[in-house]
Design a protein around this ligand. Structure first.
Ligand SMILES: [Mg+2]
Length: 328
């Protein structure tokens, strides 16, 4: 077959393929920066004593707050390895952890599913059962949501409405220099299994809201260093971690993982994501209350900015602020 007649030669500049548009995501440069931009876009005069933008939950009105989280196959779970009931459980548990992070009581949940369209009906139902059963253990009923399907990986969004019935919500933005830092349990190596089976610290969060009242609190979802940096940024302060104390806050899983990958166990404790423990800043006169609840000390809040580490010999060095961040 004869070839089609060639078009006349084009201007040389036209021969050069246009540069592809840079993906928007490349300009976002990390979730922290993106959230900072969102705060500007969505800013409005906050009411006195209200929850600032960017905390673990947002105000809904009265004593009610809400939170929402999205989990994606291949990022937050792996459908090739994890079963759907566990995945549904995790979707509920991450939002319950945000309720714990502010000392609130979860009440009602919605679940929005975008299922891969090859998924069996039984698998879709297992996601819902896993989420429902997890919520009910914490008094939070799954009452509805939305269902969709598409030819891409499964995406699950959970939304929880909670009430601050044990006192005003505990914020990230109210830490003070001199506060002692504690975590509710040992850290690191959650990828060995705890990322799916972790227990949201709802009762502990409520107990703190009722009694000990930390200056500031959040849950550790992306790694203790990056989450501590979020408290410090919101509270306009810095922090110093004590290596000797940290040693006792390293999870056995972090030690096991260190044996596998050759990194230091402390690195895993500082930078691994998905511990879902509570991170609290306690005023010096309420330190005993945190200890009585089983919290582990890790350092203190400082006036100057930055996150630093004091080693066993008393030498102080700057810690790199990194952890799990979307868009990186
Ligand atoms: Mg959180």
């Amino acid at each position: 077959m004869a070839a089609a007649q060639s078009p006349p030669p084009a201007d040389r500049r036209d021969d050069v393929a246009p540069a592809p548009c840079p993906p928007v995501i490349a300009e976002i440069r990390g979730e922290r920066e993106f959230v900072r931009r969102l705060a500007i876009e969505l800013s409005h005069a906050p009411a006195p004593n209200s929850v600032p933008f960017g905390d673990d939950m947002a105000e809904l009105g009265g004593d009610w707050l809400w939170t929402t989280d999205t989990l994606m196959d291949g990022v937050d779970f792996d459908a090739r390895v994890h079963n759907w009931r566990q995945i549904g459980r995790k979707a509920m548990a991450v939002s319950l952890s945000d309720c714990a992070a502010m000392g609130t009581t979860p009440h009602r949940a919605l679940l929005s599913l975008v299922l891969n369209d090859t998924l069996a009906m039984a698998d879709g139902l297992d996601i819902v059962r896993g989420a429902r059963d997890c919520g009910e253990r914490f008094g939070c009923s799954l009452i509805g949501g939305d269902t969709n399907s598409w030819p891409h990986p499964t995406v699950i969004t959970t939304t929880i409405a909670a009430i601050a019935e044990d006192g005003p919500p505990l914020l990230r933005s109210t830490a003070c220099a001199g506060d002692r830092l504690f975590v509710s349990g040992p850290l690191g190596g959650s990828i060995l299994g705890r990322q799916l089976t972790f227990e949201p610290r709802v009762s502990l969060g409520r107990a703190l809201a009722r009694g000990a009242r930390p200056s500031a609190m959040m849950d550790i979802s992306d790694g203790v260093v990056i989450d501590l940096a979020r408290i410090c940024e919101a509270s306009h302060c810095g922090a110093i971690l004590n290596a000797a104390e940290l040693e006792r806050a390293v999870h056995d899983d972090a030690h096991r993982l260190a044996l596998q990958d050759g990194k230091a166990a402390r690195e895993h404790a500082l930078y691994d994501g998905e511990d879902f423990e509570l991170l609290v800043a306690m005023p010096p006169n309420r330190v005993l209350a945190a200890e009585q609840l089983g919290f582990l000390p890790i350092g203190e809040i400082t006036r100057g900015p930055g996150i630093r580490l004091r080693d066993e010999l008393g030498r102080v060095s700057e810690l790199e602020v990194r952890g799990w961040e979307h868009f990186r």
